[in-house]
Design a protein around this ligand. Structure first.
Ligand SMILES: O=C(CO)[C@H](O)[C@H](O)COP(=O)(O)O
Length: 227
């Protein structure tokens, strides 16, 4: 089974298990979250779900939601009953690393405003400990070099995210610094340390936020709860 099928299976199961008619749903960003948006659109078109409104976490997800026929609202108008989003790493406590897709600040704002966060992923995202991939930190472009130095002094190897030699801009017009910390012993403590840096707007550690993870694997799709 190819990875894309595992992501799709997880996304469809999460929608069918957790989304009820009338809900406001936070729409994540990334390839797995895209399957969530498509499946929500299909169920709405078939009348199996009704009166769903989405709150999007990125321009990409906004375009896909509108193409899929999902009416969108903003956080000014409503709060999500739940958010379904992908992740780059998932620990047994369901702590997460997110942000490889460049939307972590808006994703965290929407997830924090939701009654529940449900993660969707394929089985390659499960780890005993977080820190196998670089931890993304969304930063203010002004003085980003000093923010990079501060992230380095926390013990990471930080790297500004670039494309064709230019800094990549998030939807909020910020930069992202990807930090190699190695294995992370205490995600909550690291998150707190990073957030003390003035130019660091938000980091990709989502600690104690996910209520469940729906995981697509070759043996089937399963739902994990925090350990
Ligand atoms: O955090 C994210 C975007 O900021 C994504 O949810 C994360 O990178 C996972 O993406 P994918 O489902 O494409 O593997």
């Amino acid at each position: 089974m190819i990875l894309e099928e595992l992501k799709r299976n997880a996304a469809c199961k999460a929608v069918e298990e957790y989304v009820k008619s009338g809900m406001v749903v936070g729409l994540g960003t990334g390839t797995t979250a895209s399957w969530v948006i498509r499946h929500l659109g299909e169920l709405l078109a078939r009348g199996e779900l009704q009166n769903i409104r989405g709150i999007s976490t990125s321009h990409r997800s906004t375009s896909l939601a509108l193409e899929s026929g999902i009416p969108l609202v903003t956080l000014t108008e409503a709060r999500p009953d739940l958010t379904i989003d992908g992740a780059d790493e998932i620990s047994p406590d369901l702590d997460l690393v997110k942000g490889r897709g460049g939307a972590l600040l808006r994703e965290k704002i929407v997830a924090a405003a939701s009654d529940a966060l449900i993660v969707v992923a394929d089985e390659t995202k499960l780890f005993e400990q977080l820190g196998h991939t670089r931890l993304p930190v969304e930063v203010e472009p002004f003085g980003w070099e000093t923010t990079l130095e501060a992230l380095s002094s926390l013990g990471s190897e930080p790297e500004l995210r670039t494309l064709a030699g230019e800094p990549v801009r998030t939807d909020g017009n910020h930069y992202t610094i990807d930090c190699a910390f190695g294995l992370i012993e205490d995600p909550a403590a690291l998150e707190a340390e990073i957030k003390r840096i003035p130019g660091a707007l938000e980091c990709g550690l989502f600690v104690n936020m996910a209520r469940a993870a729906v995981i697509g694997s070759r043996e089937g799709t399963r739902i994990l709860k925090p350990r």
